[in-house]
Design a protein around this ligand. Structure first.
Ligand SMILES: [Zn+2]
Length: 513
C-alpha cells in the first residue's frame, strides 16, 4: 500500500568542497520524485529535506587549507550548495545545516537517550582508522597493506578512549526488516549487498572524538570532553528541523521516509542508521533508494579539472532543465552512469530540439496559421487517430508507474514515445496538405485538437523532470493549473486560444566550441 504522506531526503552533503554534477544527479532524482509525489499526494503531504554535513575532521582540514575558521568555511560551502539547489530548481522544503543550533540540540537529545538506555558504551579502543571515512576499520574490511577500500589510503593505527554504539544488538532486527520488505533497500542488488553486511557479527560503532584531538563537532551531553561528528550527527538531519520532532511525529514520519543516497554510503544507511534509530526506540525508514556513481568521460570533463563539472554552468548554457533531462534520461537509477558534454549535446539536439521543441512549434504554428490559435474541434477518434489517442491517453499513467519504481529513464522514454507517435501522426495525416483545401479544414481542426491536447498531457507529465520547460509549454497552450492534470481528452475545449510558437530548444552546433 502506498503511503498517503511521504518524507524524502537526499544525503546531507559533506561540505568540504563545492557542488559538482555528481551531487546534482542525486538532487535531481530526489527532486523529480518529490515533485511527482506532490502531484500525487498533494503538496502538504510531501516533505523534502536536503542540507550540508559540516562537522568532522575532513571539513576542518579543508577549512584550514582555505585559511578559514571551520564555521566560516562551512558558511561559504553551504551557501554554494544552496545556490546550486536554487539554480537546479530543487524543490526542497528544509535545508538543514548540521551546525544549526536546532539540529545540534536534537542530536544531543538523541545521544542522551541512547546513553541512558545503555546502548552507548565508553571504552579504550585501538584500531585502524581511515581519516577520509572518519571511521575505524577491521583488518578484514581493508585492502592489502591496510588500505581503505574507499580512499585507497592507508588506515592509521589509533588508540584512544571513546564512546561506542552497540550495533550487534540490532543486527537481527535490521536483517529481518530488510528480508521482510522488498522495497526497504532498492534496487535489489543493494538489498543483497546490505544483507551480506549483516551476515556476520558487527563491531561497535565509534561515535565520539576527544575534544583534545577534534573539537569540530557536537558536544556529548554526558561528557564535555568529547564531541560527536559526521555519521551520528548527520543522519539526524533527516528529521531534526521538521516542524514537529516529538516522538509521536517521528514515529509517524519515519515509516514514510524515503532516503536517496549514493552506493558509497550504503553501509552507513543500511546498518548504522537503523541501529541508531532502534537504540532510541524509533521505527525504521520506509526505503533506501540507492544510486550508482556518475563517471566523467570525455577529454574536457575530468573531475579533477574542477569547475567544468559545475552543474550550474549547464543551467546557464544550454539552458534550464537540460542537465536535469540528460541525467535522468541517460542514467539508470542504481547503476553507474557516464557524463560527457558530447552526449549531453547529442541528447539536446535529438530529444529536446528535434522531438520536443520542433513538435511544439509545428503544432502551435499550424494552430496560429489556420485557426488564429483557436481550438475549433474536440479531439477526434477516427480510425486514423486511434493510435495517437491511445499514446497520449497512456502517457501519464505509464510514465507515473515507471517513476514510482525510480525508473526515471523509462518514465522519460514513455514520454518520448508519445512525442514520436505525434510526429508520425503529423506525417500520416498531413495537415499541411489538407489545409490547402478549405473543405478539409474541419479535419485539420480535429488533427490539431488531438495534437494540442496531447502536448498538454505531455507537458504536464514532464513537470516532475523538467519543471521550467513544462511550465513554458503549458503557458504557450494557455493552460492554468486547474486543467493541467486532466486526463487526455478532458483538457482543451473548443473556443480555447493558444499562443504563437516561440523556440524552446534552439539547435546547438556541436562544433561551436
Ligand atoms: Zn576511507
Amino acid at each position: 500500500m502506498p503511503p498517503e504522506r511521504i518524507h524524502i531526503t537526499t544525503a546531507i552533503t559533506y561540505s568540504n568542497g563545492p557542488p559538482h554534477v555528481g551531487h546534482a544527479y542525486e538532487y535531481l532524482a530526489a527532486d523529480s520524485y518529490a515533485r511527482f509525489m506532490r502531484r500525487k499526494l498533494g503538496k502538504k503531504n510531501v516533505t523534502f529535506v536536503t542540507g550540508t554535513d559540516e562537522h568532522g575532521q575532513k571539513n576542518r582540514d579543508a577549512a584550514v587549507k582555505a585559511g578559514l575558521a571551520p564555521k566560516a568555511f562551512a558558511d561559504q560551502i553551504s551557501a554554494m550548495f544552496k545556490q546550486a539547489h536554487a539554480g537546479l530548481n530543487i524543490s526542497y522544503d528544509y535545508f538543514v545545516r548540521t551546525t544549526d543550533p536546532v539540529h545540534e540540540a536534537f542530536v544531543q537529545k538523541m545521544l542522551a537517550r541512547s546513553h541512558t538506555s545503555g546502548n552507548i558504551r565508553f571504552r579504550e579502543y585501538e584500531g585502524l582508522y581511515c581519516v577520509g571515512c572518519e571511521r575505524f576499520y577491521t583488518e578484514k574490511e581493508l585492502l592489502p597493506g591496510n588500505l581503505c577500500p574507499e580512499h585507497n589510503q592507508k588506515a592509521e593505527l589509533l588508540k584512544e578512549s571513546n564512546y561506542f554504539l552497540n550495533l550487534e544488538k540490532y543486527r537481527d532486527r535490521i536483517r529481518d526488516q530488510i528480508k521482510r520488505n522488498r522495497d526497504f533497500i532498492r534496487p535489489e542488488r543493494y538489498r543483497n549487498e546490505a544483507l551480506k553486511m549483516l551476515d556476520e557479527p558487527l563491531a561497535d560503532l565509534c561515535i565520539s572524538r576527544p575534544k583534545a584531538r577534534l573539537d569540530w563537532g557536537i558536544e556529548l551531553p554526558f561528557d564535555a570532553n568529547y564531541v560527536t561528528y559526521v555519521w551520528y550527527d548527520a543522519f539526524w538531519a533527516y528529521l531534526s528541523e521538521l516542524p514537529d520532532t516529538s516522538d509521536d511525529a517521528l514515529k509517524a514520519i519515519l515509516p514514510v521516509t524515503e532516503h536517496f543516497i549514493g552506493k558509497d554510503i550504503l553501509k552507513t544507511h543500511a546498518v548504522y542508521w537503523p541501529a541508531m534509530l532502534l537504540a532510541v526506540e524509533l521505527p525504521l525508514y520506509r526505503s533506501l533508494n540507492v544510486h550508482g556513481f556518475l563517471n566523467f568521460g570525455g577529454a574536457r570533463f575530468s573531475k579533477s579539472s574542477g569547475n567544468v563539472a559545475d552543474p550550474l554552468a549547464y543551467e546557464a548554457n544550454p539552458g534550464p532543465d537540460v542537465l536535469r533531462y540528460f541525467l535522468l534520461r541517460d542514467v539508470v537509477y542504481g547503476l553507474d552512469g557516464d557524463f560527457t558534454e558530447e552526449r549531453l549535446i547529442e541528447r539536446y539536439n535529438a530529444d529536446l530540439a528535434n522531438d520536443l521543441g520542433n513538435l511544439t512549434s509545428r503544432v502551435l504554428s499550424m494552430a496560429a496559421r489556420y485557426f488564429d490559435g483557436e481550438v475549433t474541434a474536440h479531439p477526434a477518434s477516427n480510425r486514423e487517430d486511434a493510435a495517437i489517442c491511445e499514446a497520449f491517453a497512456g502517457v501519464a499513467p505509464r510514465s507515473d508507474a515507471m517513476l514510482e519504481t525510480l525508473a526515471f529513464n523509462r518514465a522519460l522514454e514513455v514520454i518520448w514515445q508519445a512525442l514520436d507517435a505525434a510526429n508520425k501522426y503529423i506525417v500520416a495525416t498531413s495537415p499541411f496538405t489538407l489545409a490547402k483545401d478549405p473543405a478539409k479544414l474541419p479535419r485539420v481542426a480535429e488533427i490539431l485538437a488531438n495534437l494540442l491536447e496531447g502536448l498538454r498531457v505531455v507537458a504536464d507529465t514532464l513537470a516532475p523532470f523538467m519543471p521550467v520547460t513544462s511550465r513554458k509549454i503549458l503557458d504557450l497552450l494557455a493552460i492554468g493549473e486547474s486543467i493541467a492534470h486532466a486526463p487526455f481528452g478532458q483538457g482543451l475545449k473548443p473556443g480555447h486560444h493558444v499562443k504563437p510558437a516561440t523556440p524552446l530548444f534552439p539547435r546547438i552546433d556541436a562544433k561551436r566550441s
